[in-house]
Write a protein that binds this ligand. Structure first.
Ligand code: ADP
Ligand code: MG
Length: 279
C-alpha cells in the first residue's frame, strides 16, 4: 500500500509551465529573456539545460516569484500543485517560498547573510517556516547540517559565511533552504562555482536529499554531460524557448539540431578524444 502511495506521488504533476515569457525593461529597450517555455515537473530530477544567456535562471526566478522589478512575466499557465502562480499574489508566494518550494544558487555567499552566523540563519529559517523555538530549531538545524555531510555541525553553527570554503558555504545554504521541508527544489548551477571534488560532493548531497525527502528537483545547468548523468528528463532551452524535452537516457540519440549542437560542443575526456591514448 505504501508502495502504491509512493507511486501515485511520483507520477503526479507538481509543476506546470505553459508558454512562459519574460521580458526585461532596460535603458536600451526591451530584452526578451524567455519567449515560450513549456514543461511539467513531477517528483523527479528534471534538468533545464541551455547555453549562457538562454534564459535558464529566468525560469527558476519566474517560478519562485523572484524576478527583478524590471521584468515582465506572461504565461498561459503556471501552476504549482494547487496554486495558480499567475494570480496567487505576493503574500501567498511568500508562504510558498521556502515552505513548499526553495531555490539554491550558484553563489552561496549571495544567499547567506555575511553578518549572521550560519546557526542563526538556519535557526531563523526553521522559526519562519515551521514556527519552531530556538532550541528545537537548533536540534533540527544540526541534524540538517549532518545530512549535508558537515562533519562538525557545532563548529559550523557558530561560523560566519566568510569563514567557510565555497563547498562548505554551498552545503550551509542547502541546509538553510531546506529548513522549510519544500516539495520542489530549484537548483541554479549549484556546482558551477565549485572545484570538481566539492561539486561532486554537493551533487551527491542534493541527490540524497531529493531521494530521502521525496522532492521534485529542477536542476538548472549549462553542462549537458552533467545533466545527462544526474537527471531523469531534460528540457533543452534555446534563446528563451524550450525546444525539446527528452529522457536523459535518450539524449545522445536526440535528432533536434540545437541539442545535437550542444552535444557536439561538449568537452570530451582526453582518453575519449585521443585515438592514440591506449591507457
Ligand atoms: N535583470 C535583467 N535585466 C535585463 N536583462 C536581463 C536581466 N536578467 C536576465 N536578462 C537577460 O535575459 C536573458 C536570459 O538571462 P538568464 O535567464 O540569466 O540566462 P541564463 O541563466 O541561461 O544564462 C539574457 O539575455 C539576459 O541578458
Ligand atoms: Mg543563469
Amino acid at each position: 500500500m505504501a508502495c502504491a502511495t509512493h507511486l501515485i506521488r511520483a507520477v503526479k504533476v507538481m509543476l506546470t509551465i505553459n508558454n512562459l515569457r519574460v521580458s526585461y525593461r532596460t535603458s536600451r529597450g526591451e530584452v526578451r529573456g524567455l519567449t515560450g517555455v513549456n514543461f511539467i515537473c513531477k517528483r523527479e530530477k528534471l534538468g533545464i539545460v541551455g547555453g549562457s544567456g538562454s534564459g535558464k535562471s529566468s525560469i527558476g526566478r519566474a517560478i519562485m516569484g523572484l524576478l527583478p522589478r524590471n521584468a515582465h512575466l506572461f504565461a498561459d499557465e503556471m501552476r504549482f500543485e494547487n496554486n495558480d502562480l499567475l494570480t496567487c499574489g505576493e503574500t501567498a508566494m511568500r508562504s510558498l517560498r521556502g515552505r513548499r518550494m526553495a531555490m539554491i544558487f550558484q553563489d552561496p555567499l549571495l544567499a547567506l547573510n555575511p553578518v549572521m552566523t550560519i546557526g542563526a540563519q538556519i535557526s531563523e529559517s526553521y522559526k519562519i517556516h515551521q514556527g519552531l523555538s530556538a532550541s528545537v530549531s537548533r536540534t533540527h538545524g544540526l541534524r540538517m547540517l549532518r545530512s549535508v555531510h558537515i562533519e562538525n555541525p557545532d563548529q559550523m553553527w557558530s561560523a560566519y559565511p566568510s569563514e567557510l570554503s565555497g563547498g562548505m558555504a554551498q552545503r550551509a545554504m542547502i541546509a538553510m533552504m531546506l529548513a522549510g521541508g519544500p516539495d520542489l527544489l530549484i537548483a541554479d548551477e549549484p556546482t558551477s562555482a565549485l572545484d570538481a571534488i566539492s561539486g561532486q560532493a554537493v551533487l551527491q548531497i542534493i541527490d540524497e536529499l531529493v531521494q530521502s525527502q521525496g522532492m521534485g528537483l529542477l536542476f538548472i545547468s549549462h553542462d549537458l554531460s552533467l545533466v545527462e548523468r544526474f537527471c531523469d528528463r531534460i528540457v533543452v532551452i534555446q534563446d528563451g524557448e524550450s525546444v525539446e524535452t527528452i529522457k536523459a537516457s535518450a539524449l545522445s540519440a536526440s535528432d533536434h539540431p540545437y541539442t545535437r549542437a550542444l552535444l557536439a560542443a561538449r568537452p570530451r575526456l582526453v582518453a575519449e578524444a585521443s585515438p592514440t591514448n591506449h591507457n
